[in-house]
Write a protein of this length. Structure first.
Length: 140
């Protein structure tokens, strides 16, 4: 398995985890400390999850855009980052985080769908496949 595929899977996993975290946090904020999982509520956990999700998802999306030539997943990720920035210090921070998580999740799933469609149907496009993808599609 190629390194970028592994990075892509880790980035997708973190992006999904970040999206789920952001969307469920308003509900779980009162329950987690009672379950002994209070560290999920601290700001350092949210910032660490967000930074790692942004870095790996950005790498994954750059690779995906290079393959399928569609910038929509990247624009969706950037809109999620905008929601995160707008929500810093706001009274209803959780609303912004839900929008941010939804954008991250959508960007990851859209990128994955576009990459899979490109890998299984490369002849529908006049843009040549990257060298690694061309050798993988010839082997299958």
């Amino acid at each position: 398995m190629m390194v970028m595929e592994k990075v892509g899977k880790v980035g997708a996993g973190l992006s999904v985890a970040c999206g789920i975290h952001c969307m469920l946090m308003p509900v779980l904020i009162a329950v987690l400390p009672l379950m002994g999982l209070g560290f999920f509520v601290h700001g350092w956990f949210e910032i660490g999850l967000m930074v790692s999700a942004i870095v790996l998802t950005l790498a994954n999306l750059c690779w995906g855009v290079w393959q399928h030539r569609n910038v929509l997943p990247m624009l969706t990720l950037l809109s999620g980052m905008m929601w995160f920035y707008l929500g810093i210090g706001e009274r209803h921070h959780w609303v912004y985080m839900m929008a941010c998580g939804g954008c991250f999740l959508t960007a990851t799933l859209l990128n994955r769908s576009l990459c899979r469609a490109r890998a299984c149907c490369p002849h529908h496009d006049d843009v040549p496949l990257p060298p690694d993808a061309a050798s993988n599609s010839a082997a299958t």
